[in-house]
Ligand binder design. Sequence first.
Ligand code: BTN
Length: 333
Amino acid sequence: MTEEVQTGSEELVLAFLAEAGDEYLSGEAISDKLGLTRAAVWKHVESLRARGYRIDAVPARGYRLAAIPDRLGPLELHPLLGTHDLGQVLHCFEELGSTSDRARELAEEGAGHGEVVIAEAQTAGRGRRGRTWVSPPRRNVYLSVVLRPDLPPGRAAELTLVASLAVCDALRQAGVEEAGIKWPNDVLVSGRKIGGILTELAAEPDRVNWVVIGIGVNVNARAEDFPAELREEATSILIERGQPAPRALFAAALLATLERWLDRHAEEGFAPIREAWRERNVTLGQDVVVRTDGREIAGRAEDLDESGALLVRTPSGVERVLAGDVVLARTRR
Ligand code: BTN
């Protein structure tokens, strides 16, 4: 796939239609907004249809984007992106070992803030703690974002929580309203995992050089796309809503949401992130077992502290957990 796309008037027509969602836009409104003749708008609509976009045209109402091709290439993604940095440089692949491996290489080679690697399939998708991330072709979204944050290394973990807010919000916008976050950054629906985040970084003693945030969201995976042992533990937008979601729209919305939360974090620090995370979490107030540093801590998850650590009340006092895996006693997941 090609990696970069110029935004021409066809892409602008598509972006304008996508922004309108289910609403019809008159040919006149499109031509006025984009400075095109009505004939040019029609020509672009025809050419988008030839590329697989379904565009309804109704006399006296106008045009409506009814369906977009289910591909995650630059031609599909670029016009949908309402971001200033994230995804403005896109590296799209049919298949990769891991988008995070490729993003790390690009970061080492000097990739800029916001470059995104996205793949239709991963053959070696990685989860946290050495686990595998199941990555069947053309079903889900697998992407990794290179960031160059102005942060000391000690605060880089905050970005993981920022990303969890973005995944949770993008899922809620896509109609999965019950999505919630299990500390630190698993996104669950009724105890089943729908999205995960893997954060990796390179740092010098006083500053972060790069951060790669790898995000996997199960969008259109069916139960049979997961190995038998994961079928009870994993879910997808398709399974939850009973209908597929357009992956390009979802990926674009996810990047826009991530950018908004990253901007907020850069401008206001961790406090608003902590507040928003607490509103969306499914961990606090629960009895948990946390696996961390080769030991297990059992207790009641009490709060997220001002640096993102989980505070767990145990019979011997409050433990501050910086990294680990949480199992919720209620759901045993
Ligand atoms: C987890 O919950 O364990 C984290 C899962 C992260 C998966 C994503 S998919 C895109 C990126 N590439 C990878 O190899 N992993 C992350």
